[in-house]
Design a protein around this ligand. Structure first.
Ligand code: ADP
Length: 456
């Protein structure tokens, strides 16, 4: 079974869909191969937040920001291990991407809501409607279909094939019936298969720390297929050992808890002994490690009405809240002693922790453990207590690309006919990705890859 197109895009998450749209708009006939039955990948299950400086939303909220400040925060967050040229492109193109999403793709953002994720010096994340990536994926898919992109679902790419000049011209794939398929690319191939967070063996081969103690937040398709395929043709890789955990996940499934994003509105973390142990707004890796260092490698997030009424996390994520309640992972009560008892947290210590914390917020009294970001008391019920653990979330490392999203080989020369974008690539986030930077990255570089791939 053989078919020919101008551009073959592998993977239908945010990066692949934006690449397909741009390539088709630039005059190429595009086929997109997606191994699952549904598009969207990890973009679909994300909170739909993306960072951009100098947006209308920032202007309306009187937030002062700049491209340079966004670059600085991203480099600082990545321990300056980032590829600075790629970071600059992401930062410069970010605002344009938010306009593109709104004007050309029809994406709606929660009006005037700006979020400040850990590591950012100002609030600069727009949040897609519903606080979910579904809004992004549905609209991107609709646009791609309108433009005439061909979709091959449940079709898994298995191999990149080069011609005798070393140019990538074909993709081998298989469908559900295990039939071998060949897709010829007249112009080029774009790899957008996402990360490898759910491939335990690959994860451990690059970094032994991330063994089976860690569950993952990612969709099961996140098995590093693009990494394996690129390895076979001697592509170059960067930062493969840099693996990020998300600190506040569901202890039974590993999925990210959106209810626990009450942390960004001021919720605090305590351990079994009822004590704070870390700055809740620090870096993801620091908080995750901090939690693993506590009794039973877990922590409890605590907040009350003052915090709940800002973000309304339990009503905004009502289904998840119900599910957490059904599984005894969260409790709500007007009585703090009652909450402590539910999880056997030391009650006296907890009450003392809260008293000190409230005095810190209200009277500016000194506190042992620093607290940056949103500062709100935990004084008014109903109160909430939620059990959380860290889980593997994002793989920063990946295929090495240049500023045109062209894939480089082990000698840092470009591999003709091959582009990559999204989580499968490395370099943009350095040692640690900041919240809300993934969607900006994948859309910016997805578009660059698609446009260039069409022009070959
Ligand atoms: P990104 O954020 O970079 O777009 P995602 O994880 O959101 O990455 O999306 C990657 C997509 O690629 C997922 O939909 C996944 O199912 C798909 N995918 C992964 N490996 C393959 C493969 N071998 N062939 C086809 N699609 C793949």
């Amino acid at each position: 079974l053989e078919e020919t197109y101008d551009v073959v895009v592998i993977g239908g998450g945010g990066a692949g869909l934006s690449a397909a749209i741009e390539a088709q708009e630039n005059g190429a006939q595009v086929v997109l191969l997606e191994k699952m039955h549904a598009l969207g990948g990890n973009t679909l299950v994300s909170g739909g937040g993306l960072n951009a400086p100098n947006t209308e939303q920032q202007e309306r909220n009187d937030v002062e920001d700049s491209v340079d400040q966004f670059i600085e925060d991203t480099l600082e967050g990545g321990d300056h291990q980032n590829d600075e040229a790629l970071v600059s492109i992401m930062a410069e193109e970010a605002e344009g991407v938010t306009q593109w999403l709104q004007e050309e793709i029809g994406v709606n953002f929660i009006s005037d809501r700006l979020q400040q994720f850990g590591g950012h010096s100002v609030p600069r994340a727009l949040i897609a409607d519903g606080n979910k990536g579904v809004e992004l994926i549905e609209k991107l898919e609709e646009k791609a279909r309108d433009l005439g992109v061909t979709f091959k679902m449940a079709t898994e790419a298995t191999e990149l094939i080069m011609d005798d000049q070393g140019r990538v011209t074909e993709v081998k794939a298989k469908n559900e019936a295990e039939q071998e398929l060949t897709f010829h690319a007249n112009r080029s191939v774009v790899v957008a298969t996402g990360g490898f967070g759910d491939n335990l063996e690959m994860r451990q081969s690059f970094n032994e720390e991330y063994d089976d103690r860690y569950m993952t937040t990612v969709v099961p398709a996140t098995t590093g297929d693009g990494i394996s395929m690129a390895e076979e043709i001697e592509a170059n890789f960067v930062d493969m050992e840099e693996i990020q955990t998300y600190p506040t996940c569901n202890p039974q499934t590993g999925v990210i808890s959106y209810v626990a994003n009450s942390r960004f509105d001021g919720a605090i973390l305590v351990n079994q002994e009822g004590e704070r142990f870390i700055n809740e707004m620090g870096r993801r890796d620091t908080i995750s490690q901090g939690i693993l260092d506590q009794t039973d490698q877990q922590a409890y997030l605590i907040w009350g009405q003052e915090i709940e009424e800002v973000g309304n996390m339990t009503s905004l994520h009502e289904k998840e809240f119900q599910n957490l309640k059904d599984n005894d992972l969260i409790y709500q009560s007007d009585d703090l002693g009652d909450l402590a008892a539910k999880f056997d947290v030391e009650e006296e210590a907890l009450l003392e922790t809260l008293e000190e914390y409230n005095a810190f917020i209200q009277e500016g009294e000194a506190i042992d453990i620093e607290k940056t970001g949103s500062q709100r008391t935990v004084e008014e019920g109903p109160f909430y207590i939620q059990k959380v653990v860290p889980a593997v979330h994002h793989t920063m490392g990946g295929i090495k690309i240049n500023e045109n999203a062209q894939v480089l080989d082990v000698n840092d020369e470009r591999i003709e006919g091959l582009y990559a974008a999204g989580e499968v690539t490395g370099g943009i986030h350095g040692a640690n990705r900041l919240g809300g930077n993934a969607i900006t990255d994948i859309l910016v570089f997805g578009r660059i890859a698609g446009e260039n791939a069409a022009k070959e």
